[in-house]
Design a protein around this ligand. Structure first.
Ligand SMILES: [Cu+2]
Length: 119
């Protein structure tokens, strides 16, 4: 009988431990979400987007900066965003309020492609 009670007690404690871990994970996720508020940078460099693929949280902002001598754009293939023409050292911030996968290209150099994955 005593052994049964100890067993029940141990299940209860492990459940509490699980809840504590769930709460800790929730807190961790919230911390990551606020870290995403820091603008993410995508460089246009040597006729490529660097990094070409990124994953961010909904509501985060991505800043495109052109480090090449020639103009570039970052233009969504679904027309959801477009930086317009960026000349050397110009930058443009784009916010992504909704989840989805947003593919984009440079209008001047269609081989320049990238994707922003928003969760
Ligand atoms: Cu370009």
């Amino acid at each position: 009988m005593t052994g049964t009670r100890e067993g029940a007690g141990s299940i209860s404690w492990s459940r509490r431990g699980l809840m504590a871990r769930v709460l800790a994970l929730t807190g961790l996720c919230a911390g990551q979400a606020s870290a995403q508020d820091v603008p993410v940078l995508i460089e246009m460099r040597k006729f490529a987007f660097v990094p070409a693929e990124i994953a961010i949280r909904a509501g985060a902002t991505v800043t495109f900066v052109n480090l090449d001598l020639v103009p570039h754009t970052a233009s969504a293939t679904n027309d959801s965003f477009d930086t317009g023409t960026l000349r050397r050292n110009e930058r443009k911030a784009v916010s992504f309020p909704a989840p989805g996968a947003f593919s984009y290209v440079c209008r001047f150099h269609p081989h320049m492609t990238g994707v922003v994955r928003v969760t």
